[in-house]
Design a protein around this ligand. Structure first.
Ligand code: GLN
Length: 513
């Protein structure tokens, strides 16, 4: 039976998370119904999309029943209680596989939950499963996943962005109303841009990193992947806030993100266009939609100003030294002794620990991971430290200063999120530099620790979605939601329906239930 003949399921999966949460709270829907509808949708379309590495139907339905029972007992756990969610496979989930898209962690079942996972469970959100990603979150296309790429729901021959392509594709394909991503250089925002969804990278330290498999600890941040700004705010509020398990976690309440998302008032707000990142190298359709979005915000009372951030153009180079340096150190723990894969070297009768480690790392890591480990180890080696890592850290300081100066002139900064729309699978796979260039607009926020969001703002000349990036000062995540909600409302007025409604129908597998 195909969903075409199951209209109720079809309707449920098209509804937003805030709406579903309200329907579950007032009893017009049960969490079990909502969760089952999404599991059915996954069964129907995930053969083509491949957003999920692991689906936990049993666990999700058990959590859904618990959410329904809690509601019947009069408990209100959160506005999203009972609404199911997909989680990027880099976030530890007790009892469920967590591979970070790598063969080296194949079969690893964490004995504990990440703080993000703990908070989702406490708020009553059933976890549908784990989403596909570039190995250890290195990439912009999910093609570096050891388990095969995810396909963009807008065009199955195209990439869904990366590294969190699985989370954004799951949301864009209506397989999940919500997902968790992680963003080290853009892995929430760029997939959001190319799939026509919303993605937020909170302020560094705004969401606990405890239980996230570390890529680059000074850059990593988990955040929401959703179809609307309000849904992102509701999820942000659940996962955000201080955690004693993460020493870099900010000890302050989550800024008023939900209030800001409900208000969406930009009257009198100064919006700074970053001159260095919006012109050259950006696809004409991306630029055109960006300029139109500025006009829409201006019409709602915002003041558009131009700001210069001259060091941003050096961000990419600095990032691709800092990230590999931190990653080479973080990935040293995959030594064949403690987690996942263990491979004995061929033809060695009693191999040493080093030989087993080398054979395991050779078999367990993909090319991109090896490339970055080599680069990072080199950049950190005694004779080169000052020339590479030291220089990159100086650039990082300059970028933070650019932000500080720009935020004197503007309340938020804006750029297109990604230079192009979704490219074809395979197109950039053999060209690391071309792949890295996707991150040019998103990386400065990670280097400076400031929050960023991508909003779908239309379709380019190729009919594919484009993203509008908003950046705010550290701890002022609420401004992202204020501006994001204003732009979303203006676009809704212009288009008459969410942009995602323009996406073509996905082929549906004929299944019998
Ligand atoms: N595309 C970037 C990279 O390859 C971003 C990764 C991320 O944010 N996890 O490093």
């Amino acid at each position: 039976m195909s969903p075409a003949s199951v209209p109720s399921s079809n309707d449920i999966v098209r509804r937003g998370a805030a709406d579903l949460g309200a329907a579950i709270a007032d009893g017009s829907l049960s969490s079990v119904e909502v969760t089952q509808a999404h599991l059915d949708r996954i069964a129907d379309v995930d053969d083509s999309v491949h957003a999920f590495l692991h689906v936990d139907a049993e666990g999700a339905l058990a959590a859904a029943r618990a959410a329904d029972e809690a509601r019947a007992a009069g408990e209100t756990r959160s506005p999203l209680a009972g609404v199911p969610i997909a989680v990027k496979d880099i976030v530890a989930t007790k009892g469920q596989p967590t591979t970070a898209g790598s063969r080296i962690l194949q079969g690893w079942i964490p004995p504990y939950d990440a703080t993000v996972t703990t908070r989702l469970r406490a708020a009553g959100l059933p976890i549908l499963g784990k989403t596909n990603m570039d190995e250890f979150a290195m990439g912009s296309s999910t093609e570096h996943s050891a388990y095969g790429p995810t396909h963009n729901p807008w065009d199955l021959d195209r990439i869904p962005g990366g590294s969190g392509g699985g989370s954004s594709a799951a949301v864009a394909a209506f397989e999940a109303p919500l997902a968790i991503g992680t963003d080290t250089g853009g892995s929430i925002r760029q997939p959001a841009a190319v799939t026509g969804t919303v993605g937020t990278k909170p302020t560094y330290g705004g969401v606990s990193r405890y239980g996230l498999i570390a890529l680059a600890s000074s850059l990593d941040q988990a955040g929401p992947c959703t179809r609307s700004v309000l849904d992102a705010a509701l999820l942000h509020e659940i996962i955000g806030g201080h955690d004693v398990m993460d020493s870099t976690s900010i000890d302050a309440p989550v800024p008023g993100v939900v209030e800001a998302a409900r208000r969406g008032d930009v009257a009198g707000l100064r919006i700074g266009v970053v001159d260095e990142i919006s012109g050259e190298g950006f696809q004409p359709g991306v630029r055109a939609r960006f300029e139109e979005s500025l006009k829409l915000l201006e019409a709602r009372g915002a003041e558009i100003v131009r700001v210069g951030c001259p060091s941003f153009v050096k961000g990419l180079a600095a990032y691709y030294l800092i990230l590999p340096s931190e990653a080479s150190s973080n990935l040293a723990k995959f030594d064949a002794m403690r987690y996942g894969l263990r491979v004995g070297p061929q033809g060695v009768a009693s191999p040493s620990a080093e030989q087993v480690m080398a054979a395991t790392r050779d078999a367990g890591f993909g090319d991109e991971v090896k490339r970055r480990i080599i680069l990072g180890t080199y950049a950190l080696s005694a004779g080169y430290y000052d020339a590479y890592y030291g220089q990159a850290q100086k650039v990082r300081t300059l970028i933070a200063r650019d932000f500080a100066a720009a935020f004197e002139q503007a309340d938020v900064l804006v750029t297109p999120t990604a230079p192009t729309t979704a490219f074809k699978l395979g197109e950039k796979l053999d060209d690391p530099m071309a792949m890295y260039l996707n991150d040019v607009a998103t990386i400065p926020a990670n280097l400076a620790g400031v929050p960023g969001m991508s909003i779908p703002n239309g379709l380019a000349e190729d009919g594919l979605p484009t993203g509008f990036q908003i950046l705010a000062p550290a701890t002022r995540d609420d401004r992202l939601y204020e501006v994001g909600a204003a732009l979303e409302a203006a676009l809704l007025e212009q288009w008459g329906a969410p942009i995602l409604d323009q996406a073509p129908a996905l082929p549906v597998r004929e299944v019998t239930r």
